[in-house]
Design a protein around this ligand. Structure first.
Ligand code: ASP
Length: 359
C-alpha cells in the first residue's frame, strides 16, 4: 500500500514538474508572431536605408551621366550615416547627417533643389522620430532654414513641442543658431522650369474638375523627397524625412512629411519608416504608422506590412509613392508602386545596394 502511495505521489510530482518547465510556445516573450521569412531573427546589428524620392523615373528619360550623378550622391550620403553607425553612433545622428547631404544636393527635392510653390517660393517640410522614446520633431513651410531636418531635430530635442510651422519655426531656428539662408538659396533653374511647365499645363486645361488639377503628367513632376531610416548598434531605430513638397502647391499646403505617422515614423518595438509620394494620400492612409501597426497588432513581417500599405491601401485610394523601412532586427524594405524610387541601403557588413528603377 505504502509502495502504491509513493508511486501515485511520484506520478503527480512528475506531472507537476512537466508543468513547471516553461513551454516556449506558451511564453508570451517567446511567441514569434507570424514571420514567414524568419523576420524575428536579427539579420543586421546595424543598417541604414535612404531614398531620394519616388515617381515616374524611367531609364529612357535618364542620361548615363545623370544616373551616375544620382548614384554617386546616394552613395556619398549613405556612407556618412553608415560610418556613424559603424563607430557606435546613434541612429538619430546617422539619419540627420545623411539627410543633410541629400538636402545640400540640388538633385533632390529637399533643401537646395526644393520644388517651387505656385507663388514661386520654396516652402520646406521635415520631420524626425526617435524609435526608443517615441519623441518626434517636425517643421512645416519654412523658407529660410538651410537644413530643415536639423530644425526638426532641434524641435524634438530642445522644445516641448512636436511640430512648428512657418515664421514661428524660423524664429525657433534662429534661437537655436541653425544656419539660415536667403530664400533664393533654394532656387534651381531646373525646378523653376518644372513649375513653368506645370503651370502651362494647368492653363491648358479646360475643365475645372478638381481631380484634373493633378493629372498624371503634372503629378509625376512633383516628387523627389529624401528620407533615411537606421538601426544602430544599441537597437535604436530612427526615421527622418525632408522635402520641398509638391510643385505648384498652394495656400500654405503642408504634405505628409512633417506629419508623424504619415510620412515618417519610428518605434523600437517595430520599425522605422520614411515615405515619399503623393502626400495627400500618405496623410489619409497614415502610411508610416500603418506599417508599424500592422507589425505590432497583426504580427506581420516588415515586408508584408509595407506591401499591404504601399501596394494595396495607397493605390486603392488613388495615391502613389513608396517607402523605405527597417525593422528592429535589421530587415530592410524598399517598396514602391511607381516606376522608380531613388534608393540605397547598407547592411552591417558594409554591403551597398543602390537602385533607381522598379525592381
Ligand atoms: N510626399 C511629399 C509631399 O507630398 C512629396 C514627395 O514625396 O515627393 O509633400
Amino acid at each position: 500500500m505504502k509502495k502504491l502511495t509513493s508511486l501515485i505521489a511520484l506520478f503527480f510530482l512528475l506531472l507537476n514538474c512537466g508543468e513547471l518547465v516553461p513551454n516556449p510556445d506558451e511564453n508570451p516573450e517567446n511567441i514569434t508572431r507570424a514571420n514567414p521569412n524568419g523576420a524575428s531573427e536579427k539579420v543586421n546589428d546595424f543598417a541604414i536605408v535612404i531614398h531620394g524620392g519616388a515617381g515616374t523615373i524611367l531609364k529612357k528619360n535618364m542620361t548615363d551621366e545623370k544616373e551616375a550623378e544620382y548614384k554617386a550622391k546616394l552613395e556619398e550620403a549613405i556612407s556618412v550615416g553608415y560610418s556613424i553607425l559603424k563607430e557606435g553612433g546613434s541612429s538619430l545622428d546617422a539619419v540627420e547627417k545623411t539627410i543633410n547631404i541629400l538636402e545640400d544636393s540640388p538633385l533632390f527635392n529637399a533643401g537646395k533643389g526644393a520644388v517651387f510653390t505656385n507663388a514661386e517660393t520654396n516652402e520646406l517640410d521635415a520631420s524626425i522620430m526617435d524609435g526608443k522614446t517615441l519623441n518626434a520633431g517636425a517643421s512645416a513651410g519654412t523658407k529660410i532654414v538651410k537644413n530643415p531636418i536639423n530644425l526638426a531635430r532641434a524641435i524634438m530635442d530642445n522644445s516641448p513641442h512636436v511640430m512648428m510651422a512657418g515664421e514661428g519655426a524660423e524664429t525657433f531656428a534662429k534661437e537655436q543658431n541653425l544656419e539660415l539662408v536667403a530664400p533664393e538659396y533654394f532656387y534651381t533653374e531646373n525646378r523653376m522650369n518644372t513649375l513653368k511647365r506645370v503651370k502651362q499645363k494647368e492653363l491648358e486645361k479646360t475643365t475645372d474638375n478638381k481631380s484634373a488639377f493633378y493629372d498624371a503628367e503634372i503629378k509625376d513632376s512633383k516628387f523627389g523627397t529624401v528620407g533615411c531610416v537606421a538601426l544602430d548598434k544599441n537597437g535604436n531605430l530612427a526615421a527622418g524625412t525632408s522635402t520641398g513638397g509638391m510643385t505648384n502647391k498652394r495656400y500654405g499646403r503642408v504634405g505628409d512629411v512633417p506629419i508623424i505617422g504619415a510620412g515618417n515614423y519610428a518605434n523600437n518595438a517595430t520599425c522605422a519608416v520614411s515615405g515619399t509620394g503623393w502626400g495627400e494620400f500618405f496623410i489619409r492612409a497614415t502610411v508610416a504608422h500603418d506599417i508599424s501597426a500592422l507589425m505590432e497588432y497583426k504580427g506581420l513581417s516588415l515586408e508584408a506590412a509595407a506591401k499591404e500599405v504601399i501596394q494595396k491601401k495607397v493605390p486603392a485610394l488613388g495615391g502613389n509613392g513608396g517607402v523605405i523601412a527597417i525593422d528592429k532586427n535589421g530587415n530592410i524594405v524598399m517598396d514602391f508602386n511607381t516606376a522608380g524610387m531613388y534608393r540605397a541601403s547598407m547592411n552591417d557588413k558594409g554591403e551597398l545596394t543602390i537602385g533607381i528603377y522598379s525592381k
